[in-house]
Design a protein around this ligand. Structure first.
Ligand code: NAD
Length: 353
């Protein structure tokens, strides 16, 4: 008989229901209760999964026997809610971004250490098959010396999207715009594949939407390993186009498009000399025709990679191991984004420590 861990969700807006679906799909997880300050949202999700609805998570903590709390509230509340959950004795999963300020990132890591609870931060695209394959090949050194790593996120979000929640597009609760909200996934995968970012020079602006934070950004990166790279991102590219992550080395190249491996060519697979001007056919091709999932519709995300990440958290709890994306790991993309904001503000190169 499988020992099921008892889960509760805090925040039943757009992403909360996807967590519920992911939890329901796992044999060793059980959704027990949900909370939202908007009682109607909590009730609706609770009814679907025949669980209890609360409007205050402290009441839920007091009333329910729980193992894991899943925080799906607005980004600038993650620290407060995750710390409350860990202090109450629960393992905690928090949606991306981990937090939006360095002070609250520090606090979360400190509370995690003090309580000894597991903390996982959602970065579901690390579980995409394409990203996992490229990561494994990079570990094997199959790309040779890395030279260039790019992430392009030319997405579309309507004004209606930004108007759909008072927190969206605000510094206080979204912590930024296209970078902190939409692009953090690709930025996390880029730095997971290329290694740590050492320095940043960037521009950001708000060109299309009525919002406080940026809807367009371009950054030039220097990685710690000496490679260079770029991040280009917008939510003003109607109707939303292909998300690309490109990894280039002197022994191979890979391109991930819309979370799928669209192109990979490694010198170790070549049967003949490639010649002075390069070229050569792709050994794997074909994701370009896939719909740009997530590029135009924030709800168009598959729950299976969320389920894989929640399963990874269950593994970490049961084995007393570390989740693949723990707090220390999840801090990196937030630091890169904060560095981009600082560079855009000061028009100076920002060195990350
Ligand atoms: N991993 C992904 O692909 C993905 C996709 C979408 C959103 N997200 C992240 O998930 C988080 C939520 O985004 P969303 O789009 O679902 O937002 P949302 O506004 O649709 O939902 C947030 C919910 O939290 C509730 N809430 C606010 N304060 C609360 C509190 N104190 N207690 C309980 N509930 C509270 C709100 O009433 C709302 O229903 C954000 O951090 C966002 O970045 C991640």
């Amino acid at each position: 008989m499988v020992d099921k861990l008892r889960f509760a969700i805090v925040g039943c807006g757009v992403i909360g229901p996807l967590h519920a679906e992911a939890i329901a799909s796992l044999p060793d997880a059980e959704l027990v209760a949900v909370t939202d300050v908007d009682q109607e949202k909590a009730q609706k999700l609770a009814e679907k999964y025949h669980v209890k609805a609360y409007s205050n998570f402290q009441d839920m903590f007091a009333a329910e026997k729980l193992d894991v709390i899943d925080i799906c509230t607005p980004s600038g509340m993650h620290g407060e809610h995750a710390c409350a959950a860990m202090r109450a004795g629960y393992h905690t999963i928090v949606e991306k971004p981990m937090e939006i300020t360095r002070q609250r990132l520090d606090e979360m890591l400190q509370v995690q250490r003090e309580t000894g609870r597991k903390l996982a931060v959602i970065s579901q695209h690390r579980f995409d098959e394409g990203a996992v394959t490229v990561h494994r090949l990079l570990q094997e050194g199959a790309f040779g010396r890395l030279v260039l790593g790019n992430a392009a996120i030319p997405w579309w979000r309507s004004q209606k999207y930004y108007d759909s929640g008072a927190w969206r597009g605000t510094w206080e609760l979204d912590g930024g715009g296209v970078l902190m909200n939409q692009s953090i996934h690709s930025i996390d995968v880029l730095q997971w594949l290329m290694g740590p970012v050492k320095s940043i020079y960037a521009y950001t602006d708000t060109l299309v939407h009525r919002m406080e934070t940026e809807d367009v950004a371009a950054a030039v990166l220097r990685f710690a390993n000496g490679a260079v790279g770029t991040i280009s991102a917008t939510t003003g590219a109607y109707p939303g186009a292909t998300t690309r992550i490109e990894i280039f080395g002197d022994k191979g190249s890979a391109i991930i498009e819309n979370d799928q491996l669209a192109y990979i060519h490694l010198s170790r697979d070549d049967t003949e000399e490639i010649g002075a001007y390069g070229g050569g056919a792709a050994v794997k091709k074909g994701a370009a025709e896939k719909a740009a999932a997530g590029a135009a519709d924030p709800a168009a995300i598959q729950s299976n990679t969320h389920a894989m990440q929640i399963a990874d958290m269950i593994r970490a709890i049961k084995e007393d191991g570390t989740p693949l994306v723990d707090g220390t790991t999840a801090r990196h993309p937030v630091e890169i984004i904060l560095g981009i904001y600082e560079s855009a503000r000061t028009q100076k190169e920002v060195i990350l420590s």
